[in-house]
Write a new protein. Structure first.
Length: 320
């Protein structure tokens, strides 16, 4: 049953699939929060383990509100769309089912909100680095430590930051955007959503590290190319967005080449990809790949395709 979520500042959204055992670590970290002014929204993406039973037991004793939603297995991106739609709190944060939050997390987020209450229309959220289980940032090269206000595109494309981030969004802004849903596919990178939302609009970067994680072999990050290969159109949408966000001619050509190779290998047409951009808020002119670049890359790919195909097959076989 879906209850209306109100009178709280923050929704912590957790998508989960067959993670009943690992989910307990997150549950314990939420129970340890010094500030419990939040709602835990769990969307179960078709689990076949005892996730429902476990969560229902927690809901009885929980010091904060828990809302559990079950959906047929559709993918994290579909769950994210549903969570944004259901959110009725001012702030929204996604925390994966195998990660944990330090006890001061909700308190810090409250302080961010209070700090910017008078000028809250100038930014659309906050961005911090994730840490490993020792609390140290992972791959934090090019992170600007002076806590500037930047768009996601500026952080990842212009500055070249490649680390893991925790994002707290203003829900009223988030609700205007969705991840595309491709029939029979179960994955689209969240980058597609974040770049839509924060191309010109800025987020406030903070140096606090309160979101801790580790990579698991069955997680999205570790599955890499194989996950993309199982969801080829969704992956192609992500590659097209990377082209759109590229900040230099060299980067645009490089991203366009990767995108065109992907289309050729999986026999995907441009139309199959671009139709999903109709409902998204991307500047059409930047999505366009010029005729000269298109022709040049097509010729290069045609000549080199036997070698390209062999490399991709090898990487897929090795699970890279």
């Amino acid at each position: 049953m879906v209850e209306k979520m109100n009178n709280n500042l923050l929704t912590i959204f957790t998508p989960t699939y067959n993670r009943a055992k690992r989910l307990s670590n997150l549950w314990e970290s939420l129970c340890s929060q010094s500030n419990k002014d939040f709602i835990w929204l769990i969307i179960d993406d078709g689990s076949t383990d005892d996730t429902r039973e476990v969560v229902e037991k927690w809901a009885i004793i929980s010091p904060f509100k828990i809302i559990y939603i079950y959906q047929p297995n559709s993918g994290k991106h579909v769950a994210h769309n549903k969570a944004a739609e259901l959110c009725c709190t001012p702030l929204f944060m996604c925390v994966d089912s195998d990660d944990i939050l330090l006890p001061n997390t909700v308190g810090l987020i409250h302080s961010y909100w209070q700090e910017y209450l008078e000028r809250k229309n100038e930014i659309i959220g906050w961005c911090t680095r994730k840490g490993n289980l020792e609390g140290k940032p992972v791959r934090d090269k090019n992170w600007p430590c002076d806590e500037p206000e930047l768009s996601c595109v500026s952080l990842f494309e212009n500055l070249g930051f490649r680390g893991e981030t925790a994002l707290i969004w203003k829900a009223d802004w988030l609700k205007h955007y969705k991840l595309p849903v491709v029939p029979k596919e179960r994955f689209v990178t969240e980058q597609v959503l974040y770049y839509q939302m924060s191309y010109t609009k800025k987020m406030k970067l903070k140096n606090d590290i309160f979101y801790l994680f580790e990579y698991y072999n069955d997680g999205y990050t570790k599955q890499g190319l194989r996950l993309q290969a199982n969801n080829p159109i969704g992956a192609a949408i992500g590659y097209r967005v990377q082209y759109w966000a590229a900040h230099s001619l060299y980067c645009r050509i490089k991203k366009a080449l990767k995108y065109k190779i992907w289309l050729r290998y999986f026999n995907i047409s441009e139309y199959q990809v671009l139709e999903y951009f109709t409902g998204m808020k991307y500047e059409a002119s930047r999505l366009y790949i010029g005729r000269g670049i298109n022709w040049g890359l097509s010729c290069m790919i045609t000549i080199c395709f036997p070698i390209i195909k062999m490399v991709i097959r090898k990487r897929l076989k090795n699970g890279l």
